[in-house]
Design a protein around this ligand. Sequence first.
Ligand SMILES: *[C@@H]1O[C@H](CO)[C@@H](O)[C@H](O)[C@H]1NC(C)=O
Ligand SMILES: *[C@@H]1O[C@H](CO)[C@@H](O)[C@H](O)[C@H]1NC(C)=O
Ligand SMILES: *[C@@H]1O[C@H](CO)[C@@H](O)[C@H](O)[C@H]1NC(C)=O
Ligand SMILES: *[C@@H]1O[C@H](CO)[C@@H](O)[C@H](O)[C@H]1NC(C)=O
Ligand SMILES: *[C@@H]1O[C@H](CO)[C@@H](O)[C@H](O)[C@H]1NC(C)=O
Ligand SMILES: *[C@@H]1O[C@H](CO)[C@@H](O)[C@H](O)[C@H]1NC(C)=O
Ligand SMILES: *[C@@H]1O[C@H](CO)[C@@H](O)[C@H](O)[C@H]1NC(C)=O
Ligand SMILES: *[C@@H]1O[C@H](CO)[C@@H](O)[C@H](O)[C@H]1NC(C)=O
Ligand SMILES: *[C@@H]1O[C@H](CO)[C@@H](O)[C@H](O)[C@H]1NC(C)=O
Length: 416
Amino acid sequence: MALLSKPPFLPLFLLLLLLLPFTSSSPLDPRQQVALQSLGFPSTLKACSNPSPRDNATSCDGASPFRHIISLRLTNCSTDLDLPLTVLQSLYTLKSILFLDCPIPPPRKIPPQLASSLHSFYSVASLRRIQGSLLSPLKNLTELFVADVPVMASSPIMIISQMAGLIRLTVSNANLSGPIPHHWHCLDLTHLDFSFNRLKGPIPGTISMLGSLQVLNLSSNFLTGSIPDSIGDMVSLKNVSFSNNTLYGEIPSSVSDLIDLVHLDLSSNQLNGSIPSFFSSMKKLKTLNLENNNFQGIIPFNTSFISKLEEFRIGGNMNLCYNHTILSSKLKLGIAPCNRYGLPVSPPASRSDSSADDVDDYGPGDGSGGSGGGDRHGPNKVLLGIAIGISCLVFLVAFLFCLSRVCGDKRERSRI
Ligand SMILES: *[C@@H]1O[C@H](CO)[C@@H](O)[C@H](O)[C@H]1NC(C)=O
Ligand SMILES: *[C@@H]1O[C@H](CO)[C@@H](O)[C@H](O)[C@H]1NC(C)=O
Ligand SMILES: *[C@@H]1O[C@H](CO)[C@@H](O)[C@H](O)[C@H]1NC(C)=O
Ligand SMILES: *[C@@H]1O[C@H](CO)[C@@H](O)[C@H](O)[C@H]1NC(C)=O
Ligand SMILES: *[C@@H]1O[C@H](CO)[C@@H](O)[C@H](O)[C@H]1NC(C)=O
Ligand SMILES: *[C@@H]1O[C@H](CO)[C@@H](O)[C@H](O)[C@H]1NC(C)=O
Ligand SMILES: *[C@@H]1O[C@H](CO)[C@@H](O)[C@H](O)[C@H]1NC(C)=O
Ligand SMILES: *[C@@H]1O[C@H](CO)[C@@H](O)[C@H](O)[C@H]1NC(C)=O
Ligand SMILES: *[C@@H]1O[C@H](CO)[C@@H](O)[C@H](O)[C@H]1NC(C)=O
């Protein structure tokens, strides 16, 4: 807008854009050219060309007399590739370094100048085994993404305590142990993903210090305790997963304050109490996964809410049931219908008799319980039909056999 409102600047700006590739043609820093070659980049490589999204790649600044590499991506490395200190020293201008499927031995340390230059460190299935002390000096990082490689640290705080400017933090499937930090230095964090680790202990209420958080993924750890009430303070949350832990207690009512929530996964914990009805007024919700917990009572949702969701999972909650005058059994929720007392009808043990009776308590004129029963008996009827068919066939064969014997006998006798 500012540019458009001052006409003379727009053509000038466009001219500059056009000239950019020609004006910034100074050569790459020779020391960095050598470093790249030692990493197996072909010497003919145009080191400063646009990086393609898959290959090994670099990008450069436009400085003169020499340009410098500001990002480096290594993919599919051979395992004997070496990353010696001297090479890392000459790559001191890197802002971003990315290893993808690059299981080379990690460097022993990252030289101080490079450490303070790096804004983004990314390692997926790479570097074999990363010491926390390799990462902790990278204090200017805004993005740290480590996945599918063990990270050796006594707790997450050992890694991130100096990284005050972090915005996105992922340490996933990394065998990371220890507690969730009580105190956070990186208050601008928008993404926090510690999924698939060995973190233990509670989710501290102080996590709500992270007021800008949009993604909070603590799935598949060993977390216990209850979901902190303060979660409702993190009003920017869109993605939340606490699945696959051993959290207990009820869903805090403050969750209703998370009006931007899109995906919520609390599956495979030991959460109890009733399912709050406020979910049905969360306009942006697309995924709600509450399966494999100890929730109880009647599901407080109607069909129109559930079918609006892209994913709704509720099975594996023994004491939960649905009111079959409100929810059709066709939704296949994986839980029992309620009897008139709001309790699940007895499970399969005494199946056909008691459950039919309980459902009939609602009186006639509603087929959903019946149709569920019909579905259950469907396969049995087919089996019965096949069984009858087979026995008829066997009988027929036996009959024909006997008949032939009798006739044979008669014939023999008549011959005598
Ligand atoms: C990336 O570089 C490594 C060696 O540095 C090489 O083994 C690998 O084949 C390269 N990958 C691609 C996609 O060029
Ligand atoms: C690595 O190589 C494999 C097969 O050689 C290929 O399927 C994969 O996409 C490559 N990965 C990257 C990041 O280029
Ligand atoms: C790194 O952060 C420090 C402050 O912690 C700042 O003084 C320094 O300029 C930053 N370095 C770079 C290369 O961004
Ligand atoms: C994962 O961490 C545990 C201890 O927390 C350790 O015993 C185990 O060796 C680690 N596994 C790997 C692959 O590093
Ligand atoms: C948010 O959650 C959905 C569903 O689990 C997932 O597909 C998506 O990748 C997540 N987004 C982020 C940024 O984690
Ligand atoms: C959490 O992380 C797991 C694995 O990394 C992923 O599959 C899942 O989609 C994420 N969930 C959310 C809600 O972001
Ligand atoms: C839920 O579980 C907690 C602890 O496991 C227990 O104290 C509480 O009474 C339970 N609440 C309900 C409604 O069952
Ligand atoms: C279903 O529930 C939602 C939210 O509680 C409500 O707005 C809507 O009117 C209900 N729809 C029907 C058909 O009852
Ligand atoms: C099920 O819903 C119907 C209609 O809203 C209501 O009359 C009945 O009391 C409900 N049953 C239970 C067990 O809450």
